[in-house]
Design a protein around this ligand. Sequence first.
Ligand code: HEM
Ligand SMILES: C[C@H]1O[C@@H](n2cnc3c(N)ncnc32)[C@H](O)[C@@H]1O
Ligand code: SF4
Length: 351
Amino acid sequence: MSEEPNPPRLIAWELTSRCNLSCMHCRGASTDEKAIGELDTFEAKTFIDQVASFGSPILILSGGEPLVRPDVYELARYGTNKGLRVVLATNGTLLDRETVRKLKEAGIKRVSISLDGADSATHDGFRGVKGAFDKAMEGIDALKAEGMDFQINTTITKRNLGEIPRILKMATSLGAEALHIFLLVPTGRGENLADEEIPPAEYERILHWFYEQKKHTSLELKATCAPHYFRIMRQCAEKEGVEVSIKTHGFDAVSRGCLGGTAFCFVSSTGDVQPCGYLPAIAGNIRQQSFGEIWNNSTLFNELRDFSLLKGKCGKCEYKNVCGGCRARAYAATGDYLEEEPYCIYHPRQK
Ligand code: HEM
Ligand SMILES: C[C@H]1O[C@@H](n2cnc3c(N)ncnc32)[C@H](O)[C@@H]1O
Ligand code: SF4
C-alpha cells in the first residue's frame, strides 16, 4: 500500500460566498445575495472537528467576505478551542474596534487585509467601490488600536505593478507583520481578466525584486500563486554562491511553489474541497466524505502530489520539484491542470 500523505499545513475556508464588495478580479461569485447551500453552523463545526482530528493546520477563514457571516466569531472560537491556529482574511471594510475585540476574544491570531493599490484611486478602481481604500485603512487602524497582528495581501496586475514598492513601504510603516503578494489568476468572476495579467517577463522582474527586498526588511514577504519564485530564489542564490538553507532563506528553503493538494487546500462555502480557490477542480465534498478521507484518497490530490505527471515545459523542468507551475493558471489557459504554467519565461535545460 502507498504511504499516507502528510496532512495539510494550511486550509483556506470560504465561510460564505457572499460579499459586500464585488471586485472585478474575484475568483468567487461574491455578490450580496444569500448564498445557496452554504454549510450551516452545525455542519461548519463538524468540518472543524474533522480537520482537528486529522491534523493541526492554520485555518484561514476566508470568503467571500467572512465578516458578513454572523457566526464567524462562534466558528473561530470553536476552531481555537480545538487547538487550531485560526486566522481571518478580510477586505477590511467591515472592521471596527468592537469587531476586532470580538475576533480577539474568539482567538483569531492574525488578520489579513487586502490592499490592491497604494492609494484610493488604484485600490477603489480595482475593488469597484469608492471609499473601499479609506474603509480598509480604518480597519487597519482598528486592528492596531486593539493590538491584533495583521498582514497585507496584494493581488498584482498590470494596474498596480508600479505601486508594489509603495505598498511595501506602506505595509512597513503601518506596522504589518507581513506582505503576501498574489499574482492574478483569471478565474471565477476574474475569468476575462487575462489582459490584466502581467506578462511573463514582468513576473520575472517583480519576483527578482521581491527576492532582493527580503534582504532589507524584517517584514515577512511571501509570494503566493507565484511558484516561479522558488526557481528564481535558487537561481539568485547560485549566482551569489550561497547555498539555500533555512539559515539563509528561512521557511522558503523547505517550501515549494504550488502547495495545492500537497500542503494546502481550499474548502468552498458548500463544502467542496479544492486544491486552491483559483482552481475549480473538486477533490470531494465534506457532506459526502470526511475531510481526511478526501485529503488522503482523492485522485485529484494524488495526481497533484506526483510531479512526474506534469506536462509540457513544467514536466521537463529541473525545477519542477520546487516550482511546479501554477496549476490554476494552467487550467484556466488549457482546461488541464497538469499542463505547463503559461506565464513562465524559463527554458528547461532538457529540450
Ligand atoms: C504562515 C504561513 C503561510 C503560508 C505558507 C501560506 C500559504 C498560502 C498558500 C499556499 C495559499 C494558496 C494559494 C495557492 O494555492 O498557491 C495561500 C492563500 C491564502 N493565504 Fe496564506 N499562507 C500563510 C499564512 C497566511 C496567513 C497568516 C493569512 C491570513 C491572516 C493568509 C491568508 C491567505 C489568504 C487570504 C489566501 C487566499 C485564500 C483564498 O483563496 O481565499 N495566509 N496561502
Ligand atoms: C484572498 C485574496 O485573494 C485575492 N484574489 C481574489 N481573486 C483572485 C484572483 N482571481 N487571482 C488572484 N488573487 C485573487 C483577493 O484579492 C484577496 O486578497
Ligand atoms: S476579492 Fe474578496 S472583497 Fe473582493 S469581491 Fe472577492 S470576496 Fe469580496
